[in-house]
Design a protein around this ligand. Structure first.
Ligand code: BGC
Ligand code: NOJ
Length: 822
């Protein structure tokens, strides 16, 4: 069953029924000011940091679902009836309803008793404010006497305090209302130098800023007393729960239309110019004036919206494909790329499954997120890489997270995840391949954010590799530390205390438990390092300081491969790990957890077994043991009980999360591996199984949004097999983008130029693509003329050897590429 449909021409998903199985959300803003918005206008906004600079409140984990947002109420004053044009929170049944989620904007349109209302929510580029552009149309035959009320609930305190230290909040709330603009200034009198403002384009009939005055005692948002009575109190909040509500009277003749604009903004003032007049406690509002004057004008708001649309046309235009499959086209051309931007911006901080309070940007996560984003805005990826690298520890290890505001590393979710450093190598390699910007390797970068510790980024990468070499276990495999990519495989944890966090509790300084996954990742990272050093040497000769040569990195890779064949190969698949007792995990010797997906993906991606046939064996084992119609589960058989020596993975009931759920992040690794062994049909089949667009028809089961990937789909051991959870913020976005664009469609940036080497499904006759790469526009046409994967390339009419279109080509040029597959 569907709850809407794709409008690919508009690049929108159109939800046609408000009671979706879960709130289906979107993001506003892509720079510093962000908002989450659901299909019924739920959600909240923040500036840079969803914990400390949250502008509006949101109560997670509540019932009814998704209460609190950017609400409007319409009241027919002739009948004293009222409704919500976004359905929530009144849930009055609408005659018509439609929500269009686009890139950075959402439009909610509805009709009730002849009144059509359409609200466009978006954040203009370069601004720290959001616009709600409301168009009301009287489609009835009689004149309408209406009241329109806005309503938001302010935050501007540590969002964590909403649950833990609200006794303080009850006394700190402060507002000012001047010239019909509501200013929220909680904590401004002390250490904040920023405030929020909420304004309306119209003359007000009234306002409210105290929640209980607006709602009435014991009323919910579904029945505010002010809306019921049609009269605002003009209340001023002193402590308790500051809100912002405007009341506008609107008289519309039959057929008449009117536009009303609301602006919610964030504004900073210089520390010494906070108050006006100086010495008072009144906000200096001059800084907010310009934006208010500008965006309360329809023409300017419209122009800002057009600019936002154009911006996304430009970003998405960097890679566009036309294939025989509509689900591939709309994910690659629109939604997957868009989700990559969102995960790049948010890491794992703010979604409808992540509270925005666990505030970190993940070291491992951010390095992977940029893989799907770097082609859109390489400069931002560069900045991100340098920020992450500056949190690296001197021994090459990593803080697992860093804070977006301070950019400092922290141990809030533990540390000692021994895979972390290797991801930095993959992130940097992806950036250099995409941009050709070798200068990043010279950039001086601190360790642990300590001034004076700077070394070239290249040395950070060397230390990342060294970190693993310094931590090998009894089988010469890398020690796992707190965990590797799988945060829940906690082999040194041994937690027996209820409620204790597996992520942060003291671990054994384990000298035994080893990870085959890190071994595979290490081989992959060494090969990237070998490529980078080779190319650097070509470019710079000996003027660059190399401690290790390309050959050294190849040697590290070969040694680790030998170790994997000795201790990490189980006969038909790669093993997963050795536990603290030195016992194998992910082997036929185990009764549960015999085979895990992660090492099959990463080892084959690193090239292991591609030549000797073991890769195919491992992938066949995945197909036989792990693949389900809803995607590939993480391991089998699922852990049926809690195992002290395995940790969090066995804390989940079978079929959920890391305990044999379809942990979607890992599926594209298998798609890539299948492409590397030349099996395009299987790769594409796996791609389709978890492609959200291809799952749209089963939305009542899938539950999450059909336009973005979710972290997890319940596995075959679960009672709810096929049900997705944790949509939006997942490494799944970047990796699926990489799998489909770079491996299945085969358009891949390399150090030496753009590679075109598709591994397509056998039924496809070909596809077309345009790809911007290092300032050149490649128009690529792929045709299948035989059943194999052999590629011959013609570039601007001339055939070339190999599959890489050599550099350089003139910037701004268009290059025509014809690829024939036989
Ligand atoms: C989740 C993991 C996550 C970890 C750290 C666990 O509860 O299952 O997916 O990586 O928490 O936040
Ligand atoms: C989600 C985390 O953000 C990510 O870092 C981790 O790799 C996966 N969970 C698997 O545990």
């Amino acid at each position: 069953m569907k709850f809407g449909h794709f409008d690919d021409t508009q690049r929108e998903y159109v939800i046609t029924q408000p009671d979706t199985p879960l709130p289906w959300i979107n993001y506003l803003g892509s720079e510093e000011y962000f908002g989450l918005i659901s299909n019924t206008a739920g959600g909240y906004s923040f500036y840079k940091d969803a914990r400390l600079r949250r502008l509006t409140r949101y109560r997670y984990n509540n019932s009814p679902l998704d209460m609190g947002g950017r609400y409007l109420y319409l009241r027919d004053n002739s009948t004293d009836t009222y409704w919500s044009p976004s359905w929530m929170p009144t849930r009055v049944e609408l005659d018509d309803y439609e929500c269009r989620h686009g890139q950075g904007y959402t439009i909610i349109t509805s009709k009730y008793n002849g009144i059509r209302s359409s609200t466009r929510y978006f954040v203009p580029l370069g601004e720290s404010l959001e616009i709600w552009q409301v168009t009301l149309t009287n489609e009835s035959r009689s004149d309408a006497d209406l009241s329109l009320f806005s309503a938001i609930e302010f935050c501007l305190w540590d969002a964590n305090d909403d649950a833990t230290n609200f006794q303080r909040n009850y006394s700190i709330g402060q507002v000012e209302v001047i010239d019909d603009v509501i200013y929220h200034k909680t904590e401004y009198r002390e250490r904040r130098d920023h405030f929020a403002y909420f304004a309306c384009s119209e003359k007000l009939a009234g306002f409210d800023t105290q929640r209980e005055s607006f709602l009435g005692a014991y009323h919910g948002w579904n029945e505010p007393a002010v809306v019921e009575n049609g009269k605002s109190y003009d209340s001023i909040a002193h402590g308790w729960q500051p809100i912002g509500s405007h009341h506008v009277k609107v008289n519309l003749k039959a057929g008449e239309q009117k536009q009303i604009i609301f602006i919610l903004g964030y504004q900073e003032n210089p520390k010494d110019d906070k108050f006006d007049p100086p010495g008072s406690q009144t906000i200096n509002k001059k800084s907010a004036k310009k934006a208010l004057e500008k965006y309360l004008q329809t023409a300017n708001a419209d122009q800002a919206f057009d600019e936002l649309r154009d911006y996304w046309t430009m970003l998405l235009g960097k890679m566009q494909v036309t294939t025989p499959d509509e689900h591939t086209d709309r994910m690659v051309n629109i939604w997957n790329a868009y989700q990559c931007m969102v995960t790049f911006n948010m890491s794992r901080s703010a979604s409808y499954f992540e509270s925005g309070i666990g505030r970190g940007m993940g070291f491992r996560d951010s390095n992977q997120d940029l893989l799907g984003f770097v082609h859109m805005i390489p400069e931002r990826a560069r900045e991100r890489i340098l920020d992450i690298a500056a949190t690296q520890l001197k021994d090459g290890g990593a803080f697992h997270q860093y804070q977006p505001l301070t950019k400092r590393g922290n141990n809030d979710v533990g540390s000692g995840f021994n895979d972390d450093p290797a991801w930095l190598v993959l992130g940097v390699a992806a950036y250099v391949k995409e941009s050709g910007d070798w200068s990043i390797l010279d950039a001086p970068v601190q360790y642990e954010n300590e001034p004076g510790t700077e070394s070239a980024l290249y040395e950070h990468l060397q230390r990342s590799i060294q970190y693993t070499l310094d931590r090998l276990g009894p089988n010469n495999l890398p020690l796992i530390g707190r965990a590797d990519w799988n945060d829940c495989l906690n082999l040194n944890c041994f937690s027996d205390t209820p409620g204790q966090s597996f992520q942060t509790t003291t671990n054994k300084d384990g000298k035994v438990a080893e990870s085959v996954f890190i071994a595979g990742l290490f081989v992959l990272a060494c090969k990237e390092m070998a490529g980078i050093s080779r190319k650097l040497k070509e470019e710079r000769g000996d003027s660059f300081v190399f401690q290790l040569s390309s050959d050294d990195y190849f040697q590290f890779a070969r040694d680790m491969e030998t170790t994997v064949w000795k201790a990490g190969w189980d006969g038909n698949w790669f093993r997963r790990a050795y536990d603290d007792f030195g016992h194998v995990l992910g082997s036929k010797e185990n009764t549960e957890g015999q085979i895990f997906i992660e090492p099959q993906g990463i080892c084959v991606m690193a090239g292991l077994g591609v030549e000797n046939g073991n890769a195919v064996k491992a992938l066949d084992s995945v197909g036989e043991r792990l693949a389900t119609p809803h995607g590939i589960v993480l391991q089998q058989p699922a852990f049926s009980q809690y195992y002290l020596h395995l940790g969090e993975i066995s804390s989940y009931p079978p079929g959920y999360k890391e305990n044999a759920g379809v942990f979607c992040h890992t599926n594209p690794w298998i798609m890539i591996a299948e492409s590397l062994v030349g099996r395009g049909d299987t790769a594409f089949d796996y791609y389709t199984r978890i492609n959200p667009s291809a799952r749209e028809e089963i939305s009542e089961l899938h539950k999450c949004e059909p336009y973005v990937y979710a972290q997890m789909i319940a596995g075959r051991d679960a009672a709810t097999h096929g049900e997705a959870k944790n949509s939006w913020l997942s490494g799944t976005a970047a990796w699926n983008y990489v799998a489909i664009t770079q491996f299945i469609l085969g358009i891949q940036p390399t150090l030496d130029g753009l590679q075109v080497k598709p591994v397509l499904p056998s039924k496809w006759s070909g596809f077309e693509a345009v790809r911007s790469f290092r300032g050149v526009r490649y128009e690529i046409s792929v045709q299948r003329e035989g059943v194999g994967n052999e590629v011959s390339l013609e570039v601007d009419g001339k055939s070339i050897g190999g599959t890489i279109i050599p550099l350089p080509a003139e910037e701004g040029k268009t290059v025509k590429v014809k690829a024939v597959i036989r």
